[in-house]
Write a protein that binds this ligand. Structure first.
Ligand code: ATR
Length: 282
């Protein structure tokens, strides 16, 4: 049975900031972990409006909040208000985790590393052999493309509705791997030799669950198909991939792993992954 730790004058605060924030499962996931480890920390969600972000960061700093997660739409905008940014966050251009290190605010990005850990754990994939197709070229795609390229995948195609953004992302990761870019509507030209397909767009997310970002007939049989969406747990893209004998991977593991990596930075303790998984899934 879960026991909560009684708040005292020594209890420290953790948080997530975003707008909107009501849908976030981070508070229940982190609080369950903190309770399981009997740590004197409380994790709350704050709805921070974009025009008040700087004030919010000043307030979190003044209150000596130990750390916080950052979600949409603040992941890029928060960077100028921090004191230091680690290498991954700087390259990805977005921060999802802040650590308050004795008054110094340090920004990290655990989304990319969380994604990789989850993909490896759930699919057993060997990244050095993958020819990758990334659907989408927004913030999430940038984090995924960056970690995959740095992990040694030999080729990445970026396909996006707005082709110019696909080209921009492909040229960014070209410093680590071979890349090409195309418009989503031209994607049929490049799917047949792909071994890993990653959907980073919101197409297929609840409530519009009857849409796919890719014509299912283009999914190569036997490939690994990964969708960052976790609501629904099995998007139409993943259902169609499964029918074609593909290994499928959804976004829940990434959510848990990015949270676990943040938790470890704040607490210095290994995150209780099972506790976090069951809290995030309920
Ligand atoms: P995130 O940080 O979640 O990646 P984002 O930066 O707004 O969010 O990026 C959203 C991605 O989903 C983009 O690649 C977007 O395509 P555009 O660059 O053309 O806007 C893609 N996307 C969103 N809705 C889409 C749709 N209905 N069809 C195809 N792509 C879509």
């Amino acid at each position: 049975m879960e026991t909560t730790v009684q708040a005292t004058a020594h209890t420290q605060l953790l948080a997530v900031i975003g707008h909107p924030i009501a849908h976030s499962k981070s508070p229940q996931m982190h609080q369950a972990a903190l309770n399981a480890q009997q740590l004197p920390l409380t994790y709350l969600a704050f709805d921070v409006w974009p025009e008040e972000l700087q004030e919010a960061v000043s307030g979190l700093r003044a209150l000596r909040v130990r750390g916080w997660n950052v979600t949409i739409p603040h992941k890029v905008a928060i960077i100028p208000f921090l004191d230091a940014i680690d290498e991954d966050a700087r390259e990805i251009g977005a921060v999802n985790t802040v650590v308050n290190d004795g008054g110094r605010l340090i920004g990290y990005n655990t989304d990319g590393a969380g994604y990789l850990a989850s993909l490896r754990e759930e699919t057993g994939i060997t990244l050095r052999e993958q020819r990758v197709l990334i659907l989408g070229a927004g913030g999430a795609a940038r984090a995924i493309a960056y970690v995959l390229a740095r992990a040694g995948v030999p080729h990445i195609v970026v396909a996006n509705r707005t082709a110019s953004r696909a080209r921009e992302l492909a040229s960014f990761v070209a410093q680590w791997t071979e890349t090409s870019a195309l418009a989503l509507e031209e994607v049929a030209a490049c799917t047949s030799d792909r071994t890993l397909i990653v959907n980073t767009t919101s197409v297929g997310m609840a409530p519009h669950t009857d849409a796919t970002p890719l014509d299912p007939r283009l999914i190569p049989a036997g490939s690994v198909v990964s969708d960052l969406i976790y609501n629904p747990a099995k998007t139409l893209l993943l259902q169609e991939a499964e029918k074609r004998g593909c290994t499928i991977h959804n976004g829940l593991g990434m959510f848990i792993r990015q949270g676990a990596l943040a938790y470890e930075k704040w607490t210095g303790k290994p995150a209780p992954l099972d506790v976090m998984r069951s809290a995030a899934s309920s």
